[in-house]
Design a protein around this ligand. Sequence first.
Ligand SMILES: [Zn+2]
Ligand SMILES: [Zn+2]
Length: 638
Amino acid sequence: MSMVQVELPDGSTKEVPEGSSPKDIASSIGERLARQSVAARVDGKLVDVTYPLHQNCRLELITLNSPEGLEVYRHSAAHLMAHAVKELYGEDVQVTIGPAIENGFYYDFYSDTHKFTPEEFDKIEAKMAELAKMDLPVEREEMSRQSAIELFRSLGEQYKVELIEDLAEETVSIYRQGTFVDLCRGPHLPSTGFLKAFKLTSVAGAYWRGDERNAMLQRVYATAFPDKKELRAYLHKLEEARKRDHRKLGKELDLFSFSEEAGAGLVIWHPKGALLRTLLEDFEKREHLKRGYDIVMGPQILRTDLWKTSGHYDNYRENMYFTEVEGQSYGIKPMNCLSHMLIYRSHIRSYRDLPLRFFELGTVHRHEKSGVLHGLTRVRGFTQDDAHILCTPEQLDGEIKGVLEFVSDVMGKFGFEYELEISTRPEKAIGSDQDWDRATNALMSALKDTGLPFEINEGDGAFYGPKIDVKLKDALDRRWQCATIQCDFTLPDRFDLTYVGRDGEKHRPVMVHRVILGSIERFIGVLIEHYAGNFPLWLSPVQAVVVNVTDNQAEYAEEIFRRLRAEGVRVKKDLRNEKLGFKIREAQLEKIPYMLVIGDKEVEQGTVSPRHRSGKNLDSMAPEDFVAFVRRECMEYR
Ligand SMILES: [Zn+2]
Ligand SMILES: [Zn+2]
């Protein structure tokens, strides 16, 4: 019997009889590994665990607990769903494609007689469970293109025929399980019995091949996990995310809206939302001033010639809006850098003036395709907490560290954990080796100083400089891009920025673009979901509501309301002639942190009795003590 040498990732080699499969090798290592292995990579190519090995090779087993293993698992679940659908509806439904996606998978079906609805999901899941229980082997078969076309034509699967006709390969692979057959590259789980936990989640329309001139298909979304516990945890998270959806809460709490009349992706802030945003912006201004930033402001439109100087016209034009006034073309700013460059250039700068840190709550407009717009998190007009730091090369280290400390302080106040990534020099780049080394080292050393782990995206930086990205983790463990720290070697050149050094000569300053929260709109969207609308006291647009029990206390309640408002507490009153329970329920729906219920006792004693939205009561206190309490809480960002 001839033998083949198989090299494993740990560098060891196994000698096995020719024709052995990755599964055989997994079994020779351990039963557990064999059970966990769902595919393999042979000399870099993904294959089934049953793939016969005919020559010496490198082998990597792919287990269920890896992202690739999970993808194989979910794609196999997509076959199972299509199999179940074919069993249930036969020729009424044609199959098209069914890939794994983030958090699950989908399958696109065509039918002009059957319309999928969530009501039949149970039935499809039951059929899937039945087919999984039968533990049908999933078998790969290779055949000529022509035979495959004939096979799928005989099955009445026109979409599959069309797919194969477009393939360049002469040989194609199909996978069979029981009566079901699908065109597929693989790899797949060895049998349907591997699939333990799956759930259909929604159905939506999708054009065949994403082209609106083509037929409308029905896309059934679903998810699958290696065990039922993980599936339950995921579904719970999905439900929680649905409840916290900032688009839903934004409407319920009357924070903002969008209007087709105004245009898609353009936020309209209602009083409470605008107040929330103002609180956040005031916070930002204070924090920037504390750290030696100068607040600046530039115009909303700038001449197109200036966008040519900056390079935006050549590289970013398709995302910009333009307008014309008196024959002069202007670009609406998609970024805030340009006026900051002009401010720098408005004086002769000496090394003694540096670093300069220009901060602007800059509103920008960028064209996003309507299909990707999403609540506050993807919009066309938004405001960045943007700053540009201009410094000497020697100062860069300290500046980057300062920004990362800033990020850490701010994220701490909101209770966010975060992850860090650095992107380094790409193949095509401008700037000298010395520039890149200095900037990359400054970013690296600042990252190491944080003591937090970080990821390195080798070669992923912009052509004009390396950068650090910060991704925060919200209460549902989702990641959101917030801070970015980007070094830039082009703008100082293009705007010919200089400073006079100690040697009396002109030098180029180093430039850093940075944001801390990023887009204020997106950050508020994230905050709404993170807090589930229960903003901490310092961020609540309404901090307290004064509620009287009966008309007898109306006068005193009115007086309390006025005193608190005059002292700067964000307070509202509800003195309507309604049942107390009704008024309390309404205040709870509004998620107002404190309710001040005024009864006879409060009137007699001249006090208020604050009740927190969590149900916790504070002791009765004098109104001025409540004012002091609110101020203290806000100072501590609670
Ligand atoms: Zn497949
Ligand atoms: Zn910038």
